[in-house]
Design a protein around this ligand. Structure first.
Ligand code: WQD
Length: 337
C-alpha cells in the first residue's frame, strides 16, 4: 500500500486531499504545525473515511526535525506539499515570514527527497503567479508577471526551485497545480474551510455574514471593467481540487508524465463576479445577504479565470461542481460551526 506524505494536511485543501487519497486506497502521513489548523480536522477525516492518517506535529522550518522525519519515513511513494502561509495581505506586511515559511521549508523537504533514487512531488501553486493576465481565459503558457505580493512571489519562486531541481535530477518528478479560487466543503460537512479570525477570502466572509457571525459583507469595488463592475474569478469546489491531486499523483507514480516538471491550471473555466457569487449564496440559502460597496482592495486583479483544456486533455480531469454546488456545501458547513 503506497504511503503519501501530505504537508499541511490538516489545512483546508490539504484535509480534502487526504480524504481523496484515502478513498483512492493510499495510506497517508500528515505533517502539520497547527499554525492554521486544529487536530479536530483529524476527527473529521476519520468520520468521513473511517481511517485515521498518521500525524506528525512539527514545523518544517525545523530542518533537523524535517531530516529526522524523512529518516523515519523512508518508504514514501510521493509527497503533496501544501504547508505554506497563504494570506496575500498579511504577506505584504510580513514578507520575511512568508519567505521563511513558504520557501525555506520547501527547500528542506526537497533536500531530503533529492537524496532518494526517485521522488514524486506535487506542488500546491496558485493562479496568483499570473498576476493580471492579459488574455482570458488564462492558459499555463501565460507569461508569469512580476508578483503582486510576497505570497505570490513565494509561489513563483517555489515553481522555479522545482523546475531547476527537476532539470538537475531526472529522477525528481514534479507536477505543480495552479489553483484558481478554491471554495466549498466536503458534502458530509465534517471538514471545510476554518478561517482564523476575520476571513480574508470572499466565500467564508459571505457565509459568516449569512450566519450572523459578521454584520455585513464589504464588496471591494464595483467600477471595474467587468460585466457588473465587480472583480471576476474562477471559483472551484475544493473537492474537485482534491481529486485532481490524486490524478496528478497517479500520473507521477505510473510514470505517465511527458516531462519530469509539468504545470496544470485547476479551475472550472467559468468566470464569476463578486455579485454573481452573492447571488449564488442567496439562491442556495434562500437568504438576502447584507452587503455594501466600498473602495477597491489593493492588489486585486480585475479578472482571472482558467483555460482548463490542458488539465482536461492531459490529466483527464474536469471540475464537476458548479458555483451553486460549491456555495451550497460552504453554507452547509458554515451552519455546523
Ligand atoms: C475574491 C474576490 C475581492 C473579500 C486569494 C489569493 C489566491 C488564493 C485565493 C491561495 C476579489 C472580493 C473578497 C471580501 C470582497 N489563495 N472580496 N470582499 O484575492 O482572488 O485570491 O485567495 O492560494 O492565491 O490571491 O480571493 O476570496 O480574497 O477575493 O469583495 O470581503 O472577492 O476583491 O475580487 P483572491 P478572495
Amino acid at each position: 500500500m503506497s504511503k503519501i506524505l501530505v504537508t499541511g494536511g490538516l489545512g483546508y485543501i490539504g484535509s480534502h486531499t487526504v480524504v481523496a487519497l484515502q478513498e483512492a486506497g493510499f495510506k497517508v502521513v500528515i505533517i502539520d504545525n497547527l499554525s492554521n489548523a486544529s487536530t479536530k480536522v483529524l476527527d473529521g477525516i476519520l468520520a468521513i473515511s473511517g481511517e485515521l492518517p498518521e500525524f506528525e506535529n512539527f514545523d518544517l522550518r525545523n530542518k533537523l526535525k524535517t531530516q529526522e522525519f524523512f529518516k523515519k519515513y523512508d518508504d514514501l511513494s510521493g509527497v503533496i506539499h501544501f504547508a505554506a502561509s497563504k494570506a496575500v495581505g498579511e504577506s505584504v506586511g510580513n514578507p520575511l515570514l512568508y519567505y521563511e515559511n513558504n520557501v525555506s521549508t520547501l527547500i528542506y523537504v526537497l533536500q531530503e527527497l533529492n537524496k532518494k533514487d526517485n521522488a514524486n512531488f506535487i506542488f500546491s501553486s496558485s493562479c496568483t503567479v499570473y498576476g493580471q493576465a492579459d488574455k482570458m481565459p488564462i492558459t499555463e503558457e501565460a507569461p508569469i508577471k512580476a508578483a503582486e505580493s510576497p505570497y505570490g512571489n513565494t509561489k513563483q519562486i517555489g515553481e522555479a526551485i522545482l523546475k531547476d531541481t527537476c532539470k538537475a535530477n531526472q529522477n525528481f518528478n514534479t507536477i505543480a497545480l495552479r489553483y484558481f479560487n478554491p471554495i466549498g466543503a466536503h458534502k458530509s460537512a465534517q471538514i471545510g474551510e476554518l478561517p482564523i479570525g476575520v476571513p480574508q477570502n470572499l466565500v467564508p466572509y459571505i457565509t459568516q455574514t449569512g450566519a450572523g457571525v459578521r454584520e455585513q459583507l464589504s464588496v471591494f469595488g464595483d467600477n471595474y471593467p467587468t460585466k457588473d463592475g465587480t472583480c471576476v474569478r474562477d471559483y472551484i469546489h475544493v473537492v474537485d481540487i482534491a481529486k485532481a491531486h490524486v490524478i496528478a499523483l497517479k500520473r507521477l507514480l505510473n510514470k505517465k508524465y511527458k516531462e519530469n516538471f509539468e504545470v496544470f491550471n485547476l479551475g472550472t473555466g467559468t468566470p464569476s463576479s463578486v455579485l454573481e457569487v452573492i447571488q449564488s449564496f442567496e439562491r442556495v440559502s434562500n437568504k438576502k445577504l447584507n452587503y455594501k460597496i466600498v473602495d477597491k482592495r489593493d492588489g486585486d486583479v480585475i479578472s482571472a479565470y482558467a483555460d482548463t483544456n490542458k488539465a482536461n486533455a492531459v490529466l483527464g480531469w474536469k471540475a464537476k461542481s458548479t458555483l451553486d454546488d460549491a456555495m451550497e456545501s460552504a453554507w452547509k458547513w458554515q451552519q455546523t460551526l
